[in-house]
Structures are given as C-alpha cells and as structure tokens.
Design a protein around this ligand. Structure first.
Ligand SMILES: *[C@@H]1O[C@H](CO)[C@@H](O)[C@H](O)[C@H]1NC(C)=O
Ligand SMILES: *[C@@H]1O[C@H](CO)[C@@H](O)[C@H](O)[C@H]1NC(C)=O
Ligand SMILES: *[C@@H]1O[C@H](CO)[C@@H](O)[C@H](O)[C@H]1NC(C)=O
Ligand SMILES: *[C@@H]1O[C@H](CO)[C@@H](O)[C@H](O)[C@H]1NC(C)=O
Ligand SMILES: *[C@@H]1O[C@H](CO)[C@@H](O)[C@H](O)[C@H]1NC(C)=O
Ligand SMILES: *[C@@H]1O[C@H](CO)[C@@H](O)[C@H](O)[C@H]1NC(C)=O
Ligand SMILES: *[C@@H]1O[C@H](CO)[C@@H](O)[C@H](O)[C@H]1NC(C)=O
Ligand SMILES: *[C@@H]1O[C@H](CO)[C@@H](O)[C@H](O)[C@H]1NC(C)=O
Length: 847
C-alpha cells in the first residue's frame, strides 16, 4: 500500500508542469495540476477532462487553439474514473494503460496490443502528434505499434483514415456521444459498409440505416452530390484488395475543420472553426431533407423534393403506389408495387433512363468493372431477376464499370443536379411510353445540332483565348481538389475569408432559363405600370401585375434605388437567384434593365401574402390548423433549401408573413429572397431599416450588432410561427401592455398556459393540442436569445415532422424589453450603432 502511494506521489511530481508531447515508461501522465501533453506544433492537447456538467474524468484529446473545449477523441469513453486520481502510463510491453491510482490493479482502459513482444526489449514512447493522433512507437521500429486514429470516437480529423482495412478487419468508423455529458457510444454510427459488391457510406441509427451516402462513383458519394471541386480540402478514396478508405486532407493547414457525428441532431456535420467569432460553423450536414432519410418513399419509390410536382414521393416507371390512400396523404413509406399485368421477362422489356438520381441501395448488386453501357444492359436483360443497372464510375462524364441490381430498389431520390443515371427495367408498354418522348427530343436535336455546333465552336474559341490569357492562375489552383458544391460562385460559403472570393469561377449562364425582357414588353404587359395593375409596395420597390402577349401572368418588381450596382453584376446575381427552384419559393423568371431602371420578373401568384390571410378577421377562417401547419412546414422547407440545399447559401434577411405568398391551393411560397445578393448587403439593411415594421422579426444580434447569419433567419421564422399560431401580428401585442409577443408567449409557457395564445378563430382545436404545443415549443427554440442555441432550419423541419422529444427552450430574446423607454420611429437611426438602451421601436406597419 505504501509503495503505491509512494509511486503516486512520484507520478504527481513528474507529471506536474509538463509541456511535453511524450509519455515514456518513466514519465506517465497523471490527472490534475494542468498536466497535459501538447503536440509539437501546439495544435492538440491530451489530458484528463470532464465533459459538460459531468464530474467523471476521461482521457481525451482536444484542440489547443479552439477556445471552446472541443474534444476529438476519448480513450476510456465507456469507463470513466470517478475522481481525479487517474494515471495514464506506458508499460514495458508498449501498451498505454489507464488506471485509478487508488485502485492501481484495475485496468480502466488499455491499448491492449498483444503482439508487441516480438520487438523484444525496446524503448517505447507515446507521442501526441500535431495531427491530433496519439501514437505509440518504439526505438527499433519505424511506424506505429498503435495509433488513436485507428479508434475514432465521434470526430473525423483531417488526414485520418476512415474505412475498413480488409486484411486485418479493422473498421474505423464514428459513433456519436450519448450526450454532451457522456462520451459513451450513442445511437448513431457512421461507417463504410463493405458487405455489398460496392462499398457504401451509411449513417445508422441503432443499427438501422438512417441515411445512405451510397457508393463512390469515382468523383463523390452518390448521395452527396454537393461534393465538388474544392480549394479547402482534397479527398482520396481507395478501394482495393487491402482496404476501403477515404481521407480528407486540408489544403490550408491553418483552417481548423472536422467532421463530427452529432447525437442531438442525428446528423454528420462538417464544421470549421471561426477564430474571430469563437464558434464552429456547420457548413455541411447530412441528412438534410426529407428525401435523405433512408427509404423515405419505400421500395420502388422515388423521392423528389425539388420538382414542383404535388408529391414528394413518386413511383418508379412501371410501378404504382402500394397503398394509394397513404400515398396521397403523403406517407410514402409503404412504397410501390409493380403495375398489374406487367411482363418483365423476355417480353420485349427494356430500360428507362432516370437522370440525376442517387443510385438505389447497392447491397444486393453485382459489379463488373470491364463492361460498358451496352454490355451492362445486355447482362441485365439476360437475367430476369435483374431490376436495373448503372455505371460504376462517372469520371469524365462517361459510363465505365457496370452495377446490376437483383432485388427491390430502395432509397432512390432525385437531385436537381449532381446525380447519376440509373437504368430501370420496364416492360414493353412502359418502354413505348418513354421512347416516344425521347424520339421527339431526338428529332428536335437533329435540326438544332448543326446550328448549335457552329455557335459553340465560335464561343469556345473566344472563351479559350480569354481563359488562357486571364485565368491561368486560377485554373491551376483548382486541379485535383474537391469542394462541397458551390460551383458557380464561392461567395455562398462562409468558411473562408474574402481573399478566396477573388477566385470566383465564371458565372455559369448555360442551361438556365433566365429571360431578359425588354422594357417595351414590360410596359405592354403592365399597361404602362398603370395604377390598376399595381398590386403592392414592398421594401425594394413597387410590384405590378402583368400579362404577357402569350397570356402568361407575371409579377413585375420595379426596383427603387438600385444605382449602387452595375448592370453586369445585377445580371449575374439574377442568374444565380433564378437557379434556385423549389416548390416553396416564388420563381424568378428574369429581369429587365433599361438605363437606370431595373426590374425583376416573377411568377404571378393570385393570392396575396400570408399576412393578408392571417391578420384578416374574415379571411383567416380559411386557414384551419391543418392548413396552418402545412404552411409552416412549407416555409420551413423553403428555408432549408435556401440555407442548405441550394448551390448558393442564401440568407433571406427579411423573412416575414408578408414575404410569404400563397398560391391558389394556399401552398406557401417565399418571396424576396436573394435580395442581399442582388442589392448588396448594405442596401438590404437600409431597406429593412426603412420598413420599420420588420423590426419585430429581427434577431437581437442583428438589431443590436448588425450580425447576420442563418440563425437570424431562424429567429424570424420563429416569430412568424408564433404569428401563425396566434393569428396576430407580433407588433399588435405592445398596445396591450405586454412586453411583446415573444415575452408574452414565454411567460405563458413558463406558467404551462401556452395554449392560451392560440388563435380563437381556430375554434375547438383539442385534437391538435399536442401538435400546437409542439409548434409553440419549436417557435420558442427559434427565438432563443442565443443564436447558437437556435436550431437550424433542417432541424426545424425534422422537429415538425417527427415526434422526437425536444430540448426545453432557453431564454427567449425580448428584443423590445426597453420599449417602454419610448416608442419612436427609428427610420433614420443606424441599426449597427445603437446600444441596447437606445434601442427603440415603432409599431408602424411594414407593408
Ligand atoms: C450544466 O449546468 C449549468 C448550471 O447548472 C446549466 O445551466 C446547464 O443547463 C447544464 N448543462 C447541461 C448540458 O446539463
Ligand atoms: C474516489 O472515489 C472512490 C470511489 O470510487 C471513493 O471511495 C474515494 O473516497 C474517492 N476519493 C476522493 C479523494 O474523492
Ligand atoms: C484485451 O484484449 C483481450 C483479447 O483480445 C480481451 O479479452 C480483453 O478484455 C482486452 N482488455 C481490455 C482492457 O480491453
Ligand atoms: C533505450 O534508450 C536509452 C536512452 O535513450 C538507450 O541508452 C538504450 O540503449 C535504449 N535501449 C534499447 C533496448 O534500445
Ligand atoms: C456485414 O455483414 C455481417 C455478416 O453478415 C454483419 O454482421 C455486419 O453487421 C454487416 N455490416 C454492416 C455494416 O451491415
Ligand atoms: C490559410 O488560411 C488562413 C486563415 O484563414 C489565411 O490567413 C491564409 O492566407 C491561408 N493561406 C493560404 C495559402 O491560402
Ligand atoms: C450538435 O449540434 C448541436 C446543435 O447544432 C450543437 O449545439 C452541438 O454542439 C453539436 N454537438 C457536437 C458534438 O458537435
Ligand atoms: C440471376 O441473378 C441472380 C442473382 O445474382 C442469380 O441468383 C441467378 O442464378 C441468376 N439467374 C440466371 C438465370 O442467371
């Protein structure tokens, strides 16, 4: 006993004041006294820590230069030490051993490598490398006898191998923490599954597939189309007899980036540390939308979120809904069945091409790397149980390698871009239906080809000359890099500083239908901007209804005050914004520029804004609770698309009820997005300042510090959700001696009386009480004072659609707490510079 105590004190003495990166047999690392290992480049630290509010002690590795302790690896995740008496030592056999000095005989955790004796008597040391890898090496042998990178926890670091070593069977995969207090393995795991003929990336929840990244197609995972050429990191994927692995290497070592599996959101996130703002920024996560959830539309279903069609779920060609009733209620989980009387075996069957899709689950497939498209089709036709085929490698835009499916087709979805071609087996009837269509296209092509070809050749020459002279440098940099898609313009991603913006690619104007309208067309359509045709006055100018000669109705937004921007810049931004297409966004058709006059041409929606329904005594009865819920979900989905799914990252900045238009079926469509891009940021701020009614939707960080992020949009969404539930304008509360709407709801929530706020016009809503309460809860999460605590829009969609338990909302933001200091109009005040106490608000209505 004495001996042990004695030893312990020696440990303490030796351990104190260490600033080394090495543990040796003689120098263990003991808990306490700020004893840590620091890697040689000072990027990472290894030591004892207590996660969150827990008092338990763990050995872990965290960033040295990240102000918020971010643990990237835990040794004893399942076996904590209860008090500060842990010691991590290196024994003579080269194994790291963690024990409690009060119970030195019990091994808490060990690297447990048994084959080390073959090195004979040698000097071992454990070293924390600057990559964040804890390694054990010996003096005789190069290489590592053990490394922590082989046993990841929830974090994938740059240069860390992810995947399976086929020789040893070692599988390096991520598992989430149970909670922020408990690093034990939680319910999610993220790994490469090598069971099928093609390795696939999977996110599992409790062993069930939750999201599928799919197979690697030479360029990217089929389920991650946004992975594109990139100047942030390079990806190396290896699939050979020895291993299947992927490694992300940073191109700029000073950018701190990680991939982490998050238990609370159920997502795999890639985030980057912003040293200036002291926060992690998630710039990519999966799953992102409904269609991402594994087999969302069931077997033989096709999930398509982006098409403007009515349903998310469609059946693949030749199939029909198994349970039509559920299907039309938007529950696609039962999937589809083969249409009756279809003959798929030696009866004139063939293939229909599905373009831009995520390939179905490849678990039951065969792979032959030596076949091309034609041979692949033949192979599939020969075997009547073959349901479809596709190419395995799409590099160079080609088709090489052949994957054939022999089972139900599961988890296929469409992308607006970046998908792959899949060929599905259909019977003769279905084939005829589809080939007719493509023949028509072919005829068209025959006429156009010669004309286009000569035009293209000319353009190519001009372009080539221009590229060679001007873009040499930029092009060289791009080679061999991968990028989370933002292919047209890199300003959308917030990971990097402005220095990278200079390397913006050419604006890609091809294959987007952005029309240029002449002024005379618009004058004609709007009857010279007649007052009778004026349908609104918005923050950015007046809106006119118009009718083109061909009968199409349009909405013309005549922009005021656009002098700040050049024509070219304007055109480029419009082109980018017009590419954003989603069922819950108003479509931008084109633009018109003439001298100082700039106009945006939108699709025309006969119904007015959500505000006109919600806040109108008579019209609001049209919106029963179910409708209001659908509208909420639609808005949220539109916002997810703007924030995460589209190729640009769009922050709306002015989300409010009057900026949500309703179509004939009362489906919500968000308008006025992308204004920050079209106008430049300053002008949007100015405009929102002018429209003082908008203040009620502003997050505190924006109103007080001028800070804007996607979380500010989330705040505005929360305010709007409360308005949808209460049927009242947020500004209407101040006149009744409430602090404001948020404060009022917050107080009632605290008293468990939140249902009192529900719009009386909804009548008896008993059967929906739990859903309404849930929505109030979500709204309160969105309007939290702390921007970081607010959920992302994709989390909001998830929470709306799933009855998962929600975190209690934190302190809500009472933007108008100081409102009693005087209600004056701030139309000329500067938002950026006002202090909290000076902050005043007007109840003047926006539009
Ligand atoms: C940790 O404790 C603090 C203070 O008691 C509390 O505010 C916070 O919510 C706790 N965090 C967690 C994750 O339990
Ligand atoms: C350490 O924990 C053990 C139980 O695991 C307890 O018996 C002991 O008193 C604790 N020591 C201190 C100093 O807290
Ligand atoms: C070490 O490995 C052996 C066999 O592989 C296993 O029985 C033992 O439980 C492991 N010990 C620890 C501490 O993980
Ligand atoms: C271990 O290291 C010491 C000092 O570095 C050296 O003198 C000794 O020869 C080494 N022993 C072996 C077996 O390599
Ligand atoms: C692969 O197959 C084996 C044996 O059938 C199974 O135990 C394992 O869970 C599978 N792996 C994955 C990732 O599904
Ligand atoms: C790397 O990133 C840092 C910080 O973002 C930046 O200051 C530096 O210029 C970058 N270096 C290169 C070579 O791009
Ligand atoms: C998980 O996501 C939540 C919300 O985005 C965030 O607060 C939390 O820090 C994340 N956890 C990890 C381990 O990154
Ligand atoms: C068709 O493929 C399945 C699955 O690989 C196989 O079991 C079956 O034997 C094949 N049938 C023929 C006729 O080749």
């Amino acid at each position: 006993m004495f001996c042990c105590r004695h030893l312990f004190f020696i440990f303490l003495l030796l351990g104190s004041c260490t600033s080394t990166s090495i543990i040796t047999v003689d120098e263990p690392l003991s808990d306490g006294h700020d004893n840590v290992l620091v890697s040689s480049g000072e990027s990472f630290v290894l030591g004892f820590f207590s996660p969150g509010n827990s008092s338990r002690r763990y050995v872990g590795i965290w960033y040295n230069k990240v102000s918020e302790q971010t643990v990237v690896w835990v040794a004893n995740r399942n076996n904590p030490i209860t008090n500060n008496s842990g010691v991590l030592s290196l024994d003579k056999t080269g194994n790291l051993v963690l024990f409690d000095s009060q119970k030195p005989d019990v091994v808490v955790w060990s690297t447990n490598v048994s084959s080390l004796s073959s090195f004979g008597e040698s000097n071992y040391s454990a070293e924390l490398l600057d990559t964040g890898n804890l390694v054990v090496h010996n003096s005789k042998n190069k290489g590592f006898v053990w490394q922590s990178f082989d046993f990841p926890t929830d974090t994938l670091l740059p240069d860390m191998k992810f995947g399976v070593d086929r020789r040893s069977g070692l599988n390096r995969f991520l598992t989430s923490w149970k909670s922020s207090d408990n690093p034990e393995a939680g319910s999610y795991s993220y790994m490469i599954d090598i069971n099928g003929s093609v390795p696939q990336l999977f996110l599992y929840k409790d062993k069930d597939p939750f999201w599928r990244g799919g197979s690697w197609n030479g360029l990217r995972w089929t389920g991650v189309p946004e992975l594109r050429s990139n100047f942030i990191f390079k990806v190396s994927y290896v699939d050979n007899a020895e291993e299947v692995s992927i490694v992300y290497g940073m191109l700029n070592a000073s950018i701190i980036s990680r991939m982490v599996l998050n238990e609370s959101t159920g997502t795999i996130q890639r985030s980057t540390w912003h040293p200036g703002d002291h926060r992690w920024d998630n710039f990519w996560s999966a799953p992102q939308d409904q269609c991402d959830y594994f087999s969302h539309c069931g077997v033989y279903g096709d999930c398509s979120l982006y098409n403007s069609g009515e349903y998310e779920c469609k059946c693949l060609p030749g199939f029909e809904p198994k349970s039509p009733r559920d299907w039309y209620l938007r529950d696609g989980s039962q999937g589809c069945v083969q249409k009756q009387n279809s003959q798929l075996c030696r009866n004139g069957e063939g293939f229909v091409q599905l373009a831009e899709v995520k390939l179905p689950d490849t678990t039951k497939t065969k792979l032959d790397m030596n076949l091309g498209n034609k041979a692949c089709a033949e192979l599939c036709l020969k075997n009547c149980s073959c349901t479809g085929y596709s190419g395995a490698d799409v590099r160079g835009g080609g088709f090489s390698g052949c994957i054939t499916w022999y089972d139900k087709l599961v988890d296929l979805r469409e992308y607006s871009r970046g998908g792959q071609d899949f060929y599905i087996r259909v019977d003769a009837v279905e084939l005829a239906k589809n080939t007719k269509k493509s023949k028509r296209i072919q005829g068209y092509v025959k006429v156009l080809v010669p004309v286009l070809l000569s035009a293209v050749i000319f353009v190519l020459f001009a372009l080539a000359y221009w590229l060679i002279t001007k873009r040499k440098k930029a092009l060289r940099r791009k080679e061999g890099m991968m990028w989370f898609q933002n292919d047209t313009n890199k300003r959308g991603i917030s990971v990097h500083g402005s220095s990278m913006e200079e390397e913006v690619d050419e604006i890609e104007t091809s294959n987007v239908d952005v029309k240029f309208y002449t002024l005379s067309t618009i004058i004609d359509a709007t009857e010279n901007f007649s007052l009778a045709n004026k349908v609104g006055e918005g923050g950015f100018g007046s809106v006119y209804k118009g009718k083109l000669r061909n009968g199409q109705e349009i909405a013309v937004k005549r922009l005021s005050n656009t002098s700040g921007q050049g024509i070219e810049e304007f055109r480029n931004e419009v082109t980018l914004i017009a590419k954003l297409q989603h069922r819950n966004l108003v479509r931008l058709f084109g633009y018109c520029i003439q001298r100082e006059e700039k106009m945006l041409i939108y699709e025309y929606l006969p119904n007015k804004g959500l505000d006109c329904f919600l806040f109108d005594k008579e019209k609001k009865s049209v919106l029963d609770w179910k409708k209001r819920f659908d509208i909420t979900l639609g808005i949220a989905r539109g916002m997810v698309y703007l924030h995460h799914d589209s190729r640009l990252r769009i922050i709306h900045r002015d989300l409010k009820a009057s900026n949500v238009l309703l179509d004939l079926n009362l489906n919500p469509k968000i308008s006025d997005f992308g204004m920050a891009r079209i106008f430049g940021n300053n002008q949007v701020e100015e405009t929102t300042r002018r429209v003082v009614g908008t203040y009620g939707y502003m997050s505190p960080e924006y109103a007080m510090e001028g800070l804007f992020s996607i979380k500010s949009d989330v705040f505005s969404f929360g305010v709007m959700l409360l308005e949808i539930i209460t049927g009242r304008k947020n500004s209407s509360y101040q006149s009744e001696n409430f602090i404001n709407m948020i404060g009022h709801v917050w107080d009632l929530w605290g008293e468990s009386n939140a249902l009192e706020i529900v719009d009386p016009a909804l009548g008896n809503t008993h059967e929906y009480d739990s859903e309404i309460l849930r929505c109030i809860h979500i709204a309160l999460l969105c309007v939290q004072e702390s921007a970081a605590a607010r959920p992302s829009m994709s989390e909001v969609v998830f929470m709306l659609c799933n009855e998962i338990s929600l975190q209690p909302p934190g302190q809500a933001a009472f933007l108008l707490r100081t409102a009693n200091r005087g209600l004056t109009n701030t139309s000329s005040g500067s938002v950026g510079g006002v202090s909290v106490n000076d902050y005043t608000i007007s109840t003047v209505e926006g539009r």
